[in-house]
Design a protein. Structure first.
Length: 290
């Protein structure tokens, strides 16, 4: 496995504030989680030599040898039964394909209405088509993707404005002129929309890069690996920022994997993963339990 970052600097950070917690935060699906950096050996991107076992437990990807020690690796999202970031990105790619096809068909429906005595029934308001509704509520942490998606707004609105404009031409006896204009818009505005949608899909595919956090209890012995969707940040929390799960009244099953809930005045909210509880939950026994 190719190591992205080892724990030397993180361990130093962990000792910087007496009584506090330095937490390595990460995303699994749309949820933010954290683990004490004292329990993090390294972050890796590759799973070379992964051995898949029969009768795999939920979320188990297989076993790898790390620093001479066999270690099970679990996909955290699958272990928790939540959609992974990879699943969400693949679904988003399919959504963008579908919304692109919607507008190809929208243009064809307008062409039929201009050529024939067929009512045009597609959405004229850009905020009311399926793409417009999706676009209004979609958010992303990927700044590059957000920039690409912003470029969709103008051509999308321009396409929808064609309905009233060109159908008015037809009412004025200018149907041929309207059809010529539509073909021009197909070759320019629709093409621009489709190119930007393709760029968005490429950006999404490029960001399907899960990483593995190699966890430990004693600071040097590999314990278990968890595959997550995205690294977030290393955050320092005070002891008062950690709340017991039972006091919050959360699902008691969360306590099988997590040791508490972290929050800094409503920000950087996440569940704190316990490597020892994680391994006990999946049926293993931790090394050197503390």
């Amino acid at each position: 496995m190719a190591v992205v970052q080892d724990n030397v600097l993180l361990q130093q950070d962990a000792q910087a504030e007496d009584g506090g917690l330095t937490v390595f935060t990460f995303w699994a699906g749309s949820e933010l989680f954290g683990v004490d950096v004292a329990h993090l050996l390294s972050v890796t991107q590759e799973l070379k030599g992964l051995h898949r076992t029969p009768l795999q437990a939920p979320g188990l990807l297989g076993v790898v040898e790390y620093r001479g020690t066999p270690m099970a690796v679990y996909n955290l999202a699958r272990l928790l039964g939540i959609p992974s970031g990879e699943d969400g990105k693949k679904e988003l790619i399919e959504t963008l394909h579908a919304r692109e096809q919607d507008h190809v068909e929208w243009m064809e429906a307008l062409a039929r209405s201009l050529r024939e005595d067929v009512p045009f029934t597609k959405a004229r308001d850009p905020s009311q088509c399926a793409f417009g509704r999706w676009y209004a509520q979609f958010t992303t942490r990927d700044e590059n993707l957000a920039e690409i998606l912003e470029r969709l707004d103008e051509p999308h609105k321009r396409i929808h404005a064609l309905a009233d404009e060109l159908l008015t031409f037809k009412e004025q006896g200018r149907a041929e002129e309207a059809l010529e204009r539509l073909e021009l818009e197909r070759a320019t505005t629709l093409r621009t929309l489709r190119q930007n949608l393709d760029h968005a899909r490429q950006q999404i595919r490029a960001n399907i890069r899960p990483v593995v956090l190699n966890l430990t209890l004693d600071g040097h012995t590999p314990l278990v690996g968890i595959q997550v969707d995205e690294v977030n940040n290393v955050i320092g929390y005070g002891r008062d920022d950690l709340t017991d799960l039972e006091r919050l009244g959360l699902d008691p099953r969360l306590a099988e994997l997590f040791s508490g809930y972290l929050s800094q005045n409503g920000e950087n909210n996440c569940l704190l993963l316990s490597p020892e509880r994680l391994l006990a939950h999946v049926g293993g026994s931790p090394l050197n339990p503390q």
